[in-house]
Design a protein. Structure first.
Length: 388
């Protein structure tokens, strides 16, 4: 069976992470989110998978290659070209990418599934395809019911009593929402649906193709299913996903490593004297990380591999990516550290290098940076990261 993973977007709402990591490669405790999707597809018999790529395409292709080690076959459709010797991505939109693949060679010849590459799901795809076929649908959206107070964060799908889609609402106000069924970015199509996508232009599934299907009166349905779905569309979503995995609220992701004490998991060769560290799980610490004496870690928190957490530092309800150095006495509460950026749980980011705060947060591979009096603005900004 055949499937497609949408992986060409720039992930602007997940910056600064997506400056250097494409969204499908964002790690959930060191494992890319797209890898979980491949496992799900393989489990349900989808072993021929097309992936459209554009932004940082080489990161995706070099990791997954042809799919052999994941038990599937993968091929890639690059969207973009070479300009002045540089590879420049130019995404065609979620529907345009599908059209490009089919025009290259008719790959989709039977019912197929399309998944967004930035969500954790445990959907029963076999049942979803069965329901799609029973309805005689040309296209099906898998929907999920959310509390009404949350509908303003999602695309809402409005159906009749038989599940046929009537219209859509994009992030409606709560009082204006006509439904509590939301679009999860999981689609089931018949090959004929591609005939409704124009050639050679940017075209979106949700914004362009789906309204056309509704207006044409085609058998276009929603199937509402109960499953675990964690969308990583924005930095706060990612922060919540890590919290959910560590707290075991997200059931389909296992915490890797070994449990060195209750609720504390580590990779190999972590240097730490646990008797001199105050730690309250759930916490994950990656391999080859050093935790100095006097550090306090409060979960749910994740510290990536090859980090250095210096004496007296506090990590509270925070996520720290690999090769990060947290200086002596630094205090992280509800923060995400990625490279030169410190991000709060709303997505607001500080460039710690530009703010002259690299004496508090820097790359662990750099020599320690000393406090520099010649940068007065750092005193105000550093209050976010130092003891109260």
């Amino acid at each position: 069976m055949k499937a497609m993973i949408l992986a060409a977007g720039k992930g602007t709402r997940v910056r600064p992470i997506t400056h250097t990591i494409p969204k499908p490669m964002i790690p959930i405790l060191q494992k890319p989110v797209m890898e979980f999707l491949l496992e799900l597809l393989r489990q349900h018999g989808f072993d021929q998978i097309m992936v459209n790529v554009s932004h940082l395409a080489e990161e995706i292709e070099s990791y997954f290659r042809d799919g052999q080690r994941f038990g599937v076959q993968i091929a890639y459709s690059f969207e973009g070209n070479i300009v002045d010797g540089d590879l420049v991505g130019k995404a065609l939109g979620s529907a345009g990418g599908l059209k490009k693949i089919q025009e290259f060679n008719p790959f989709f010849d039977d019912t197929f599934v399309v998944l967004c590459g930035d969500a954790l799901i445990d959907l029963d795809l076999t049942t979803a395809v069965k329901l799609h076929r029973e309805k005689g649908a040309i296209a099906t959206i898998v929907t999920k019911t959310v509390p009404k107070e949350l509908v303003s964060s999602y695309g809402v799908v409005v159906t009749d009593d038989h599940g046929k889609i009537l219209t859509f609402q994009e992030k409606p106000a709560v009082e204006e929402a006509l439904s509590t069924e939301i679009n999860t970015g999981i689609y089931i199509f018949e090959p004929e649906v591609i005939d409704y996508i124009p050639s050679g232009q940017e075209y979106d599934l949700g914004g362009d193709l789906f309204p056309k299907l509704v207006d044409s009166g085609l058998p276009f349905y929603a199937v509402n299913m109960d499953f675990e779905w964690v969308d990583i569309g924005k930095v706060p979503d990612y922060w919540q996903a890590i919290r959910g995995v560590l707290s075991r609220e997200i059931k389909n992701v296992q915490i890797p490593g070994i449990e060195v004490r209750t609720g504390v998991y580590t990779g190999i060769n972590v240097a730490a004297n646990w008797d001199n560290i105050e730690i309250d799980g759930p916490v994950y610490i990656g391999g080859m990380t050093r935790i100095e004496d006097g550090v306090k870690i409060i979960g749910p928190s994740m510290i990536g591999p090859s980090c250095l957490i210096c004496r007296g530092a506090v990590v509270d309800n925070s996520v720290i990516f690999e090769y990060s150095r947290l200086g002596p006495g630094a205090r992280l509460v509800d923060k995400l550290v990625f490279g030169r950026y410190c991000v709060d749980k709303t997505g607001a980011a500080i460039d710690v290098q530009a703010a002259a705060l690299d004496w508090l947060i820097t790359d662990a591979r750099h020599a320690a940076v000393q406090y520099r009096q010649e940068y007065p603005p750092q005193r105000e900004i550093s209050r976010l990261l130092q003891p109260e």
